[in-house]
Design a protein around this ligand. Sequence first.
Ligand code: GLN
Length: 497
Amino acid sequence: MTDLTRLTAADLAEKIHGREVSSVEVTQAHLDRIAQVDGAVHAFLHVDAEGALAAAKAVDEAATPASPLAGVPLALKDVLTTKGIPTTCGSKTLEGWIPPYDATVTRKLREAGVPILGKTNMDEFAMGSSTENSAFGATRNPWDRERIPGGSGGGSSASLAAFEAPLAIGTDTGGSIRQPGAVTGTVGVKPTYGGVSRYGLVAFSSSLDQAGPCARTVLDAALLHEVIAGHDPLDSTSIDAPVPPVVAAAREGLKGDLKGIKVGVVSEFSGEGYQAGVSRSFEAAVEQLRALGAEVVEVSCPNFTYALPAYYLIAPSEASSNLARFDAMRYGLRVADDGEHSAEEVMALTREAGFGAEVKRRIMLGTYALSSGYYDAYYGSAQKVRTLITRDFAAAFEKVDVLVSPTTPTTAFKIGERVDDPLAMYLSDICSIPANLAGNAAMSVPSGLSEEDNLPVGLQIMAPALADERLYRVGAAYEVARGPILDRIPELKGVSA
Ligand code: GLN
C-alpha cells in the first residue's frame, strides 16, 4: 500500500475527494508517523489527535468537499490561536494558556475542512533563526538531527521534511517561513503584507508579521495560500483586494516555460559570508531559470545592505510594546502572587521568570531605541531606511518581474553553534528581511543540496506587493526543472520503521 505520508497535498486531496482513501485514514497515517518519529525531531509542542480525527471524519461524511484541501491534515505554528487547544508561542509565559478564540487563519482552515494535527515548535515569540529559543527544547533538522531546522518556524518545516504533515503554517516577520524552508528542503511563502489576516497571530512586530503557507511543493503551497488568504475586517492592516490567483499561476508554472519573464539577480546578496555550496547552488538555479526561457539581468538594490540593522531596531521596538501585554494579570504565568509582593513586583518577577534571554534582549533593545532622546537617532532612522528599501524594490520592479537571491547565506548550522553569538544568528536573515520591511511577497523554493555538506539550499524569489502569483509561476517552473529534493533525505536514524 502507498505510504500516505509521502504524498503531496494535491495528490492526497484528489484521493480523498475521489473516495479512494478517507481523510480519517490519511490523518491517522500522519498521527502514526508523528508518534513514531517526533520523539527524535520534536517538531510538535502539542498533538491534537482527537480534534484532527473529528475534523477528518466530518470531511468523510460531507456530501461535497468544503475546499480543494478538505481532508488534508496540517501542522500549525504555535503562534496562532486555537480555541480550546494550548497556544504557547514557545514561551513559559503562555504555558498552559488555552485561547478562548480561533485566529482567522485557524478559522479558515477549519472551515476548509483541514484537520489540524497539532501545534508546532518555534523560537519564543518567533524571535530567532534556529528554534533553539523555544522554552520547550530545540527542534531537530530531519536531514541531520545535529543541526537546526531554521527558525522561528522550525517545527513547521521539520514536520514537512519528516513526513509528519503534508502542509504547515508558518509566520514570517524577518524570514521565519523562508529560512526554515531553505534549510529543510521545503517550500515557504511569505505572502504580501496584509494578504493573510493577522487576527489571532500573537504579535511580535505588527508592521512585519505575516502568516503564510509551508509545503513540500509549490502547488501545495498555492492551494494552502488560497485557503488562508483574503480580506478580514478583524485585522485593520488586512488588504481589501482579491486574493492573487496563485493556484492558476503555479499550474501555469508547472508547464515549465518562463519565456517573457524578467528575473533580476540582487547583486548585494553574494560574495563574502556566503557558503561556497550555497553560491554555487544559486548560480545553477539562475542558469536553470535562463534555460526555462527567462531573461536574467543583474539588479542593484543598494539599501538592502542596511536592512538587517534597520530590522533589528524596528522589530525589537514593536516587540517591546507588544510584549507589554504579558503582565502577569491577563494571560498565562503569574509568580510571587503570595500577598507579600506588590502588583509591580509580581509583574517584574513574572516577566523575569517567563521570558527567555533572547526575548529579554529584544525588549531591552526596543525600549532603548524608543526612549526619549534616542528615538530619532535609532527608530526614526530605521524607518527612513525602510522607505529607501521600499524604493529600491520599486525601482527594481520597473525593470524586472521578480528578484532572486539565496534565501539564507549558509545551510543548516549545528545546534549550539550560534546560540552565544546573536549577531551570527541574526545574519541568517540578511537576504529575507528586505521583503518584510517593504511588505512585498517572497518565497523560498529548494534549489538542491550544497556540495560540501549535502544539505538543502533555498532559492529566494521576491515579487511586488499583491503580485504573489509571480512567485508561484516562477517557483513551480523552477521546481519541475530541478526535480525533487526531499526524496534524497536520509531515513531518520535511530527511529524504527
Ligand atoms: N530570525 C528573525 C528574528 O529573529 C526573524 C524572525 C521571524 O521572522 N519571526 O527576528
